[in-house]
Design a binder for this molecule. Sequence first.
Ligand SMILES: NC(=[NH2+])NCCC[C@H](N)C(=O)O
Ligand SMILES: O=C(O)CCC(=O)C(=O)O
Ligand SMILES: [Fe+2]
Length: 326
Amino acid sequence: MRPPVVAEYTLSSTEAEHIQSLAESLDVGSVDDERFLTRAAVWAGELPRNLRAFLEDFRATEGSPACRVAGLPVDSERMGPTPVVAGRRRSKAASEIRAELVAVLLSSCLGDVFGWRLQHDGLLIHDLAPRPEHEDTGLGTGSRQHINWHTEDSFHPCRADYVGLLCVRNPAQVPTTIGFLDISLLSDADRRMLAEPVFTFKPDPSYFVSDAEPFPGPDRGSILYGDSADPYLRFDQDYIDLPADVAGVEDAVACLRRAIEVNLIHLSLRSGDFLFLDNRRAVHGRASFQATYVGTERWVKRVNITSDLKRSRHLRGSASDRVIRV
Ligand SMILES: NC(=[NH2+])NCCC[C@H](N)C(=O)O
Ligand SMILES: O=C(O)CCC(=O)C(=O)O
Ligand SMILES: [Fe+2]
């Protein structure tokens, strides 16, 4: 039997209460505190054993491109309105800090959380909530425009190995798009072409801070990599340049898109759902929706997770600094 696209784990109420008590026992004012981050994997050892086994299977077997943990303690009532302001300027209720601690503890079962200096103020947890100024952009903080499916931050060699999306609220049931590549749908010639390092991967506008800050540069590489029979994927259809001088490359990319699009699924996250995407195997996006900005609408917290912090050491201030300067 084929493994599910999204492996599911539903917490029992006992497990959810245990996680809530664990988060309450931590005397931590912010998940961005380096001392907390250095202990996060230790505290994650106190998460329910069956949950840790589920996440470890997801990580170690790569059986499914995504997994979802449902029933996490996220007290969305007490967390207050969906934020319209970004970044560090906002104070957070204790319940929100607890939800973020829970997000980091679960994420720490898969790797180390990290952030980007130029994205969401360098915070480790990004608030994906609609902002008026982004309404017509295909960004996590947009709304009226859908987000085309993509792997996250395809432009950067240190991009996440996993992306976590913890849902605070989603009353209009806006669906998240999830997909994967069925490699059996690609010809050998297309596979070879897509594995050539001739593509230019560009950053998306979520990295734009101001004209005074340099925008990160692009990176060249292949779309498919790893095992040629079961390859990993790096692709954002909106932020890629194809080589002008390679015959057949456009057709190969069109075939790739079709081989992903035939299997797309749409899943509406509910409050307390934590979706993990294997950023080498899964693509994801989001449908459009009508934002109201009255504080009641969709709010998802995004986490970047790496399997290998050392890969970005030259771009971070110290071994324990989790923010990549791009
Ligand atoms: N094809 C796209 N729209 N890609 C952009 C994805 C969203 C972007 N990474 C963000 O942080 O908001
Ligand atoms: O909000 C979602 O469900 C996905 C958002 C997304 O793809 C992103 O922000 O990069
Ligand atoms: Fe994304």
